[in-house]
Design a binder for this molecule. Structure first.
Ligand SMILES: [Mg+2]
Length: 119
């Protein structure tokens, strides 16, 4: 079974691209990155809907595996967000790993912002 441990980001970028080709989305499977970025935000909102109005106890239950139906819906919306992210990176030609490592370096050396979480 394929999973995070045995599938590269390049492979996933290519699979999303092939989906776009099969569906006839964009020009030769390449959609306008502006549209992709906007769609990513819409999907992020769909993801957030599953957290809307949860009590702290609900969040704890979710984290402890006590709400598998909600977790499945969250995972599906997360996949939508990530698929658009992969598509954006492929279309604009940036390397996701390099960008994340670069950002980790930046955040790691930045003083904490006021109000940022302590844990
Ligand atoms: Mg969605």
């Amino acid at each position: 079974m394929r999973n995070d441990g045995n599938t590269s980001l390049d492979q996933l970028k290519e699979e999303v691209h092939r989906l776009c080709l099969r569906k006839g989305w964009g020009v030769e499977g390449v959609q306008n990155p502006q549209h992709v970025a906007m769609a990513m935000t819409v999907e992020m909102s769909e993801l957030l809907e599953h957290f809307q109005w949860l009590d702290p106890e609900d969040v704890s239950r979710l984290m402890e595996g006590g709400d598998p139906d909600r977790l499945a819906m969250i995972a599906e919306e997360f996949a939508d967000v990530m698929m658009y992210g992969l598509q954006l990176a492929r279309t604009l030609g940036f390397d996701i790993t390099q960008q994340i490592l670069r950002k980790i370096e930046i955040v790691d050396h930045r003083p904490p912002k006021a109000g940022s979480p302590k844990r």
